[in-house]
Design a protein around this ligand. Sequence first.
Ligand SMILES: Cc1cc2nc3c(=O)[nH]c(=O)nc-3n(C[C@H](O)[C@H](O)[C@H](O)COP(=O)(O)O)c2cc1C
Length: 217
Amino acid sequence: MDLLNISKTRYTTKAYDASKKIPQQQFERLLEILRLAPSSINIQPWHYFIADNITAKERIAKALVGKYAYNAPKVLESSHTILFCTQADITEQHLSQLLSQDDASGRFKDDAAKQTQKDARLGYVEYYRNEKGDVQRWAENQTFIALGQMLLAAGVEGLDATPIGGFDENIIIKELGLAEQGLIPSALLTLGFRSENDFNAKLPKSRLNKDAIFTHL
Ligand SMILES: Cc1cc2nc3c(=O)[nH]c(=O)nc-3n(C[C@H](O)[C@H](O)[C@H](O)COP(=O)(O)O)c2cc1C
């Protein structure tokens, strides 16, 4: 596997072949990669809604109307679509769940180590909430790390993918009852196999050159 080559060849798929389905085992691998995504203080502030059938994809496509309608066929013709959500706030319950998981995973040699982790994590959350003043932005940044990881993972797995930020947030919030679950929608990711008619597959990649983005100190 050559990650540079994958970075060069993966691309945003604009049209899918609806007849092709990602094998279940391979999709499970992708979900495991998603579960293993890193996050600041291992906060894991995400939740994912997975649509692998037409009824579920149609529910998501309800949010792809008006100026976002161009994104609807990508969801409907994808093999799988994932809605990446972020917790609107970091609750005590979530912090307690994380600590229990760290414990169950065997990360603490004693109670003192557990307390240290608990205090450190809470300290960071309070810093982002009170001093930086935008805990939700910090949390959502983590979700986008997971999105980036999945774009590369799709490339490694020989799959095509589309990150989608263009959707009607209010519609998807209502359709999936996100507010009641303390979630905000962050991004969609469609996965599958490109259509032969995908114009974007034939276009060259365009990126700013090195001089524009790197400063060597
Ligand atoms: C957060 C995010 C949101 C995006 N939203 C959309 C979208 O709504 N529709 C779309 O067709 N492409 C979307 N894109 C794809 C970008 O336009 C694309 O990644 C960029 O042009 C670079 O091209 P490449 O992915 O083919 O290398 C999005 C990409 C990202 C990272």
